[in-house]
Each structure stands twice: as C-alpha cells, then as structure tokens.
Design a protein around this ligand. Structure first.
Ligand code: HEM
Length: 418
C-alpha cells in the first residue's frame, strides 16, 4: 500500500491541542489511514513521527538499539534536540548502563522494601478520602490526589517529614505545572532547588545501610565504581518526575469518570468488579502520559514508512490504549475488562519502575471511595492540565455523599489502632 500523508491540521506539539479538543476521532483516523504519521516541521521546531497503533508502539518500545531514549523520551526534550540527563538518568539511558542503573534502583523497589510503603499508601489514602468525604464538597485534586503520590515518592526516597512541604511546593513549580503561561525561569529555579536538596541528602546518607533510594544509589558500586553525583541526583529527581503527576492525574481521572458512569460506580461499590481489575481500566482510560518518544539510530521500516537515522519517533499511548484491534469496544469504560493489556506503563526495557506502587495508590483510592461514599458528583468547573505530555485534571470540584456505616467502621479502626 502506498504511504498516505494525512494533514488534519492537528499540531501534537502544541499543548493547546489537548486543552481544546477531544482527539478520539483524530486518533481513530490515524490508526486506520496513516498509522505511522509524519507531523511536519513548524516554526522553530523539527517534524516528528507519530505512531498510533498498539502493535507499532510495541515494535518501537522493544528495540532500544534502533530507537534510543538517550536524546530524550518526551517531545519537549526531543524537539529541543537533546536531554541534558541523557546517559545519566535511567529513563534516558540505554544499553548496559541502563541495565546496571535500573538494577541498582530495583533494590528499592523489591516487594520487601515496598511492603511498608504500600501499607502507608493505603492508610494515607483512606484518611485523605475519608476527610474529603466528610467535607462534602472539595477540590479532589487539592485535597486528596496532590498528597498521596508525593508522600509515596518521599517514602521511597526517605525524605524526612519536615522537608516534604518544601518538596511538594518546589515540585509544583517545576515546568510541568498545571497552569498555562508559567514562566520557564520559575520552573528551572524550582528544579535546581530540588536537585540541590537531593545533593545534600545524598551526602548525609553516604556509608549508611538504609534501603531508601538515595541510600541505595549513593552506596552502590557498579563494577567496583560508585555512581556519579549527577547520576544519583538525577535518578532521585526522576522519581518525582515519574511518580508524582502521573499517579495524581490517574486518581483525578478515575474520580471524574466514575461520577459520570453510575452503573460502573455501582458495580465497583457492590463488589461486582474487583478494585484490581478496576485499577487497570482506570489506567487505560486515564492514560496520563499521552506519549513517549525515541530517536531512530538507523534507517528502519515501520509499517510502510521509512524512518531515517536521527528522526524523532513518538509513540502515543492515548491512541494505542484505544486501539480497536486490541481492546474490543475501546471507547467503553468497563471496569471488568479482561484481558486489559494497556500500555499506560510503557513496555520493554524502560517499563515503568513504579508500576506496582502506582497500582497500590489507585487501588487504595478505589477501595476508600467504595467504603466511604455512596455517590460522587462533579460539583463545579474543572480545569485541565496544560501539556502535550500529561493528560488530566488539575482542578476537580466534587461532591461526595457520605456512607455513614463505612465511615464509622473506619473511625472505629483508627480508634483501635491508637
Ligand atoms: C517509566 C508511566 C508511576 C517511576 C515509565 C514509563 C511510562 C511510565 C509510560 C516508560 C517511559 C519510557 O519508556 O520512556 C507511569 C504511569 C504512572 C507511573 C502512567 C502512574 C499512573 C510511576 C511511579 C514511579 C515511576 C509511582 C516511582 C515511584 C518511573 C521510572 C521510570 C518510569 C523511574 C524509568 C524506568 C526506566 O527507564 O527503566 N513510567 N509511571 N513511575 N517510571 Fe513510571
């Protein structure tokens, strides 16, 4: 089949594209008519490939030798021409070094190390949701989801309680803030504050035997040599980048979706579907990271398109997770969907390190919702995240109807613990 070039006037590099349009029809058309699509260069930025089918996305993810992450793995860095963390931060490192650093990080992600963290996630989430339900009406994004993932990442890193407010505040100011029009300087200054903070913490943990990520990274030896300071600090920071907004946006999205899907909400509440299966559909539906990207290292044929060395190749989870060849009736939110092989966590050697923790967070939220509230309504104007990378709500006013029996049982549990 001859390659087709579709120009539907959609600029995927522009965050406004996602703020104003529902791209469902656009993705369907690309999957059918131009699955490996060329987004042409525009003022000040190069063109890039847009991969929309599930199977093609897997081909790219499986092959880090021909599709490298080292020049960046999101449009912002890829279009800028480089990622200064390339070769140092796990997510933007390939080959042997990636495997070595990922193996070091995995020590902090073992089931034994994660068990107490997961336990705290469940308690923290239950408390926050119970409090929000008792408030009746609140901005769910500010009251609940802003706090859970950041507390989880802080637990992983072993950030002391007293520093967490600082970390939350500075990370909110980094470039990926939910507000449009935020200055780039504010973002950079917040980012360097966080990096300096980790550099300081790193020195305090040197020589210790704790199992938090900072201690593990600073005390690790790879082939007898320690990791560089930059590698340590950037990999700590990458957990904030990777673990905070993604989980937050998924939590907001599932609350919003359940408010509009009363039958699904009832099925969850009455235990007809389990929280584990619901969590997978919540992830597929939210798909908080819309794309990731790679750079081709050699000439590759993908579908019927010829990709040249140096070309930017973006793979779109938001499309692959609705690919009708993999998900029957893909635009139906179905908490009982099985199988549900979504790619919200990516695939291949860079598969999300935090997937288990993210699942714990989302499952804990679903459990708490079904225990403490009988109904969820959207209670005001929502605001969307402004980004070409992350999708979801930055403001989500909701009204909860309390489930008095569930809340009383929880209050009794808390009392018994004291
Ligand atoms: C990698 C998504 C939560 C840490 C990834 C990738 C995706 C992803 C798609 C692959 C990136 C690529 O191939 O270039 C998500 C989603 C989450 C989530 C949707 C929540 C709903 C977390 C959490 C953490 C985390 C909670 C840490 C606590 C990481 C790290 C990597 C990664 C370190 C890089 C792994 C590597 O390069 O080997 N994530 N993530 N993520 N994620 Fe997550």
């Amino acid at each position: 089949m001859a390659a087709q070039v579709l120009d539907l006037g959609v600029d995927l590099a522009d965050p406004e594209t996602f703020a104003k349009d529902d791209l469902g029809a656009y993705w369907r058309r690309l999957r059918h008519e131009d699955p490996v699509h060329w987004q042409p260069a525009a003022a000040g930025r190069p063109g890039f490939w847009v991969v929309s089918r599930y199977a093609d996305l897997m081909t790219v993810y499986r092959d880090p030798a021909r599709f490298t992450s080292e020049q960046g793995n999101v449009l912002v860095t890829l279009l800028a021409g480089e990622d200064s963390a390339g070769g140092k931060m796990c997510a933007v490192t390939d080959g042997a070094r990636h495997r070595e650093v990922r193996n070091v990080l995995l020590k902090s992600f073992s089931p034994r190390v994660l068990a107490p963290i997961a336990d705290r996630v469940r308690r923290n989430t239950a408390r926050r949701v119970a409090r929000a339900v008792l408030l009746g009406e609140c901005d769910f994004a500010a009251e609940v989801s802003e706090h859970v993932p950041m507390a989880t990442v802080s637990d992983l890193l072993g950030v002391p309680e007293s520093d967490r407010a600082f970390l939350l505040e500075r990370s909110r100011e980094t470039l990926s803030s939910g507000e449009a029009g935020q200055s780039e300087e504010d973002g950079w200054s917040a980012r360097s504050d966080i990096l300096l903070y980790f550099a300081d913490l790193m020195e305090q943990r040197r020589g210790g035997d704790a199992e938090d990520v900072i201690s593990v990274l600073v005390n690790a030896r790879i082939n007898g040599a320690p990791l560089s300071r930059e590698e340590i600090v950037l990999n700590c920071y990458s957990l904030i980048l990777g673990g905070d907004e993604t989980s937050r946006l998924t939590m907001n999205d599932v609350v919003h979706t359940l408010a509009g899907e009363p039958a699904q909400w009832q099925a969850l509440r009455e235990g007809e579907v389990g929280a584990d299966s619901a969590c997978e559909e919540a992830l597929r539906w939210a798909t908080p990271t819309m794309h990731f990207g790679r750079t081709a290292t050699e000439r590759v044929l993908l579908g019927d398109r010829e990709i040249q060395p140096g070309d930017i190749v973006t793979v779109w989870h938001s499309s692959a997770n609705r690919d009708e060849t993999v998900f029957p009736d893909p635009d139906r939110f179905d908490l009982a969907r099985t199988p549900n092989r979504h790619v919200a966590f990516g695939y291949g050697p860079h598969f999300c390190l935090g997937a288990h923790l993210a699942r714990v967070e989302i499952t804990a939220l679903l459990d708490a919702l079904r225990r403490f509230t009988s109904a969820i309504e959207v209670a005001g104007e929502t605001a969307r995240f402004h980004s070409n990378f992350l999708a979801g709500f930055s403001r989500l006013p909701v009204r909860f109807t309390p489930d008095k029996a569930g809340l009383s049982a929880f209050a009794a549990e808390l009392k018994a613990e004291r």
